[in-house]
Design a protein around this ligand. Structure first.
Ligand SMILES: Nc1ncnc2c1ncn2[C@@H]1O[C@H](COP(=O)(O)OP(=O)(O)OP(=O)(O)O)[C@@H](O)[C@H]1O
Ligand SMILES: Cc1cn([C@H]2C[C@H](O)[C@@H](COP(=O)(O)O)O2)c(=O)[nH]c1=O
Length: 215
């Protein structure tokens, strides 16, 4: 099973992913950008405010192609649960936002189209939902994407992705304390993994249990 964590910068994905890693030592934990030289190239580009948005897209996509063939597909072929901190939806949401002012028409569809020929879509995605101002403040504006106005565009792309595939996404309110968010993510992940392995249907899992509830 491929389970991904998505959300704005500062939404708490890495905090939740680290907690899951302790709770589920049997799973394969991975992330994008990766720690390979492809990931290093991506991080260099992230640090360049003048980088061309199409160049950014193809660097991130190269990193994803390597990640797929080297980590994700082999682990899935071994029957493992793979949990990735960011994955394809990050490209659909972020690069579609950064391509919005370019010659590319319908950027979200364009970025999805590039991936369609080769990627492996997630079986389920936990979306950590936080407003762009909180996200930017938590993230500390260390790179060009960590600004509230840009993150608002990214958020609206995530909402489009969720609207298009509501059965794949589980939304968790990430505006709460770290402890509450971790509890909710652990609870949702447990139920998604159980459902995937035959104890139900992934599409029926929502954030509506005691741990995951918004209040
Ligand atoms: N629920 C929370 N409430 C307040 N602060 C939080 C919460 N979750 C995480 N943080 C803090 O916000 C910062 C970003 O958290 P984290 O790295 O987990 O987010 P992220 O979504 O992985 O961000 P990025 O995508 O930028 O790597 C960290 O300083 C972390 O301690
Ligand atoms: C995978 C991926 C990431 N990004 C952006 C999102 C963040 O601003 C940075 C780095 O991610 P991290 O979680 O802070 O390590 O990169 C992106 O724009 N497109 C992608 O595909």
């Amino acid at each position: 099973m491929l389970l991904t964590l998505e959300g704005l910068d500062g939404s708490g994905k890495t905090t939740a992913w680290e907690a899951l890693r302790h709770a589920r030592p049997d799973a394969t934990f991975t992330h994008e950008p990766t720690d390979t030289w492809y990931g290093e190239a991506v991080r260099r580009s992230l640090g360049d405010d003048d980088a061309d948005p199409l160049a950014d897209l193809f660097l991130f996509t190269a990193d994803h192609a390597d990640h797929l063939s080297r980590v994700v597909r082999p682990a899935l072929a071994d029957g493992e649960v793979v949990i990735s901190d960011r994955y394809t939806d990050s490209r659909y949401a972020y690069q579609a936002a950064s391509l919005a002012d370019t010659e590319i028409r319908r950027p979200l569809e364009y970025v999805r189209g590039i991936h369609g020929a080769f990627t492996r879509e997630p079986d389920a995605t936990i979306y950590l939902d936080v407003d762009p101002e909180t996200a930017a403040a938590r993230a500390g504006a260390t790179d060009k994407f960590e600004r509230a106005a840009f993150l608002a565009e990214v958020q609206s792309n995530y909402e489009r992705l969720i609207d298009a595939e509501p059965e794949r996404f589980v939304r968790v309110d990430a505006g709460r304390s770290p402890e509450a968010v971790i509890d909710a993510v652990e609870d949702v992940a447990d139920r998604l993994i159980d459902a995937f392995h035959g104890d139900g249907d992934v599409a029926d899992v929502d954030a509506d249990s005691d741990a995951a509830r918004d209040d």
